[in-house]
Design a protein around this ligand. Structure first.
Ligand code: AMP
Ligand code: MN
Ligand code: MN
Ligand code: MN
Length: 286
């Protein structure tokens, strides 16, 4: 197969229960293989704890599936939370491991502060309960949303965010994430590719979205997430143009968290003509 025509069924953004996804890494890989995904990256929030299990599942998967190391790092940028996906880095490299350790501490610190804020509403032992819900080491806001449902304060995750967990609400505390430049640097020093995730999900104006993409490219970031499950054809086309304009590679990912009928692994993911897919870069380097 000629390299420029190489177009695998790829999903390079999804979550397992190592962060805020529903499926175990094994269940996720099995679902991906059943959906004929050929290249998968598990990109849990600020952790690679699911990677080992996912690798074993991928090695045994039928049809065959290639698992690419991945992660989704939370960053702060002008008071906004921005997500940088890292792909195909060395999972044993000090640079990425040091940053993941820092992200863990930042998540723990934020979880303590969210728990205190929710206890002011009359809830008890919030952190212990949320830790039990999270199961693993990584506590995310959806775990707090689950607690708010169990305690009878809200009926859905959506309402939990809307009433308590979003910026400006009583359960929101300012996170102390690092910069985009630090995330890009840790991923790429570890041999990977930094991807600016879901550029249309930050509720930024066109002008600020372009400023974000241009600063990301200036600090060395290599790729833009162009194709997602939930976007209009025009949004995808526009992101492809921006990737080309800023000299960025293009990535595609569902951001799958749980089975809901709308978002699924690999669903509707295809890159517009004219962009350079991220996998061309790592195929060349193999
Ligand atoms: P965190 O990284 O801990 O701040 O959690 C962010 C995660 O919360 C996102 O990756 C989504 O999976 C989830 N999320 C964000 N906003 C909402 C919402 N309005 N309703 C449900 N889940 C949400
Ligand atoms: Mn999430
Ligand atoms: Mn995200
Ligand atoms: Mn995600």
């Amino acid at each position: 197969m000629s390299q420029c025509n190489y177009y695998p069924r790829a999903d390079l953004h999804c979550h397992s229960n190592a962060s805020d996804g529903e499926l175990t890494p094994t269940e996720l890989v099995t679902r991906a293989a059943n959906r004929q995904i050929e290249v998968l990256a598990l990109t849990d929030h600020d952790t690679i704890a699911g990677y080992g299990e996912a690798s074993s599942a991928a090695a045994a998967a039928t049809p065959a599936l290639t698992l690419i190391p991945g992660v989704e790092l939370s960053c702060s940028w002008h008071g906004q939370e921005i997500h940088i996906v890292g792909l195909n880095f060395d999972v044993n490299h000090r640079s990425i491991l040091d940053l993941l350790q820092k992200q863990h501490e930042r998540r723990e610190d934020r979880a303590h502060r969210i728990a205190q804020a929710l206890e002011k509403l009359g809830l008890e032992s919030v952190l212990d309960k949320v830790r039990a819900i999270a199961g693993g080491d990584t506590i995310t806001r959806p775990h707090f949303a689950e607690l708010l449902i169990r305690e009878g304060l809200v009926a859905s995750h959506e309402t939990a965010f809307k009433k308590y967990l979003r910026k400006g609400k009583r359960g929101y505390v300012t996170p102390h994430w690092g910069s985009i430049a630090d995330a890009v640097d840790a991923i790429q020093t570890s041999g990977g590719i930094a991807v600016l995730a879901h550029p249309n999900d930050y509720r930024l104006s066109h002008k600020w979205t372009e400023k974000l993409i241009s600063e990301f490219a200036e600090c060395g970031g290599k790729a833009l997430e162009v194709a997602q499950c939930r976007q209009t054809p025009n949004q995808r086309k526009r992101l492809a143009e921006l990737a080309i304009q800023h000299g960025l590679l293009a990535s595609q990912g569902s951001d799958f968290h749980f089975v809901d009928g709308w978002v699924d692994l690999g669903k509707g993911l295809h890159l517009p003509d004219g962009v350079s897919p991220v996998w061309l870069e790592w195929n060349e380097n193999r």
